[in-house]
Design a protein around this ligand. Structure first.
Ligand code: ADP
Length: 450
């Protein structure tokens, strides 16, 4: 096992990793930008290193500074959290070349899944169902038209290097195809410096359902069930829950087993998430994330498995200790991503938290790195805390969530708490009756129901 781990991240996820390290008796190194000198992860770590000025590309994405921090502190491994360098194959390679372990999958697997065209091809080969569409990149308007006619309109143009919902454009008919193609291309070029795009069938009312996996790189892999992340705004998840209100135990184990078998064949190492759209009883692969996800706590709540602990054990070379039959799903869990934003316009609301009171009690977990008097810097994402609630049944979970949301007080800045207080009381949410477009419809005043 490692003696010392450097956490190449900030905010609640840095704290989450730090907690797992402490429980394993591993010393921790925090890194931070000058804007984060007062951050909680810096206060709680055994050591800390300032790695640069506020902009992320000069600090949290600064590979030479991170390497130097490993060297100075003698850290043997790096946990990248999510975002920043967590899906950067080159970073994983550089660490490997310097004898530092990367707590995540191999650079080869990161690279493979980072290219969405390659990822889709691989998924198909491994027996995972995919969204109908082009087999590779689209090179001309003619090719796009031919494929779009084949699969039928509407179609979605997506960036091969995509992420965060960028470079995605819907074309509802043939007339709109050429413009959608060129807009997607230029957006992709601007965001990822790669204008490769592909085309797939646009699903009208799917749910987003993803499967959590753990593999040890030796051909052992298990799935930890699904998360339903259909409540999204601008393709960004807002609320996640498990089990999905749309699946039964048999459907869960069928798709879970398909994914676990694929991961065994791939000899995948570490934690990963295979994302699907689910419509009319069918699953369609959209992408795989080769890292820990923001919404991982809901899986932890119903399985009792500490995902970060498992990631660390696997990266240290241990065989997977969990067998599929050991994975038991108990109760229901929901996560709300609380952002420092106006709950109607979603304009960021950084600033000083004048009063902070997080909820507590049975089945309530708050993963957050803020505290009373803390000033949220304007340089990073606006997530200030994840409220995760567990109950024996979905109804118990919803009642507990209602209660916890009402207890949560964050003063001095605006937050999205009022949005969640409304959602948790909405009939469609209570009934579990929502798809990936529900929240946008609700926010535009059209209510969620179709
Ligand atoms: P990104 O990597 O940019 O997040 P994803 O492929 O994961 O892109 O898709 C993000 C979201 O976009 C999905 O959760 C879903 O809401 C929507 N989406 C993606 N593909 C399709 C599709 N074929 N049809 C309809 N919606 C889609």
């Amino acid at each position: 096992m490692f003696d010392k781990i450097l956490i190449a991240n900030r905010g609640e996820i840095a704290l989450r990793v730090l907690r797992a390290c402490k429980e394993l008796g591993i010393a921790t190194v925090a890194v931070h930008s000058t804007a984060d000198a007062d951050a909680m992860h810096v206060k709680l770590a055994d050591e800390s290193v300032c790695i640069g000025p506020p902009p992320a590309r000069e600090s949290y994405l600064n590979v030479p500074a991170l390497l130097a921090a490993c060297e100075i502190t003698g850290a043997e491994a790096v946990h990248p959290g999510y975002g920043f360098l967590s899906e950067n194959a080159r970073f994983a390679e550089i660490l490997r070349d310097h004898g530092v372990a990367f707590i995540g999958p191999s650079p080869e697997h990161i690279r493979l899944m980072g290219d969405k065209i390659e990822a889709k091809r691989t998924a198909k080969k491994l027996g995972i169902p995919v969204v109908p569409g082009s087999d590779g990149g689209i090179t001309s308007d003619q090719e796009a038209t031919r494929i779009a006619r084949e699969i039928g309109f509407p179609v979605l143009i997506k960036a091969a290097a995509g992420g965060g919902g960028r470079g995605m454009k819907v074309a509802r008919n043939e007339g709109a195809l050429s413009t959608a193609l060129s807009t997607a291309r230029s957006e992709a070029k601007a965001a990822f410096n790669d204008d490769a795009v592909y085309i797939e069938k646009y699903l009208g009312h799917p749910r987003h359902i993803e499967i959590q996996v753990l593999g040890d790189g030796r051909g052992n892999a298990v799935h930890l069930g699904e998360r339903d992340c259909s409540l999204q705004r601008r393709h960004q998840k807002v609320w996640e829950e498990t089990p999905s209100p749309a699946l039964n135990a048999e459907m869960r184990s069928r798709i879970g087993e398909t994914v676990a078998a694929a991961m065994r064949e791939l000899k995948y190492s570490g934690a990963g998430t295979v994302e699907f759209l689910y419509e009319d009883g069918e699953f369609y692969f959209i992408e795989m994330n080769t890292r820990l996800q923001v919404e991982h706590p809901v899986t932890e709540m119903i399985t009792g498995i500490d995902l970060v602990n498992e990631q660390i054990r696997i990266a240290a070379g241990n065989e997977l200790a969990i067998r599929q039959e050991d994975v038991l799903f108990e109760g229901h869990a929901i996560e709300c991503r609380v952002n420092a934003e106006n709950p109607r316009t979603f304009a960021p609301s950084p600033g000083r938290i004048s009063y902070y009171y997080p909820p507590g009690g049975l089945g309530v977990r708050v993963d957050s790195a803020v505290y009373q008097g803390y000033s949220i810097p304007p340089f990073y994402d606006s997530l200030i805390g994840k409220l995760i609630v567990h109950g024996k049944t979905r109804n118990e979970c919803l009642s507990r969530l209602r209660r916890a949301l009402d207890e949560y007080v964050v003063d001095g800045i605006e937050t999205t708490l009022p949005l969640f207080r409304a959602l948790v009381r909405h009939r469609d949410i209570i009934d579990g009756n929502y798809d990936i477009h529900w929240l946008e419809r609700y926010l535009s005043g059209g209510e969620g129901a179709e």
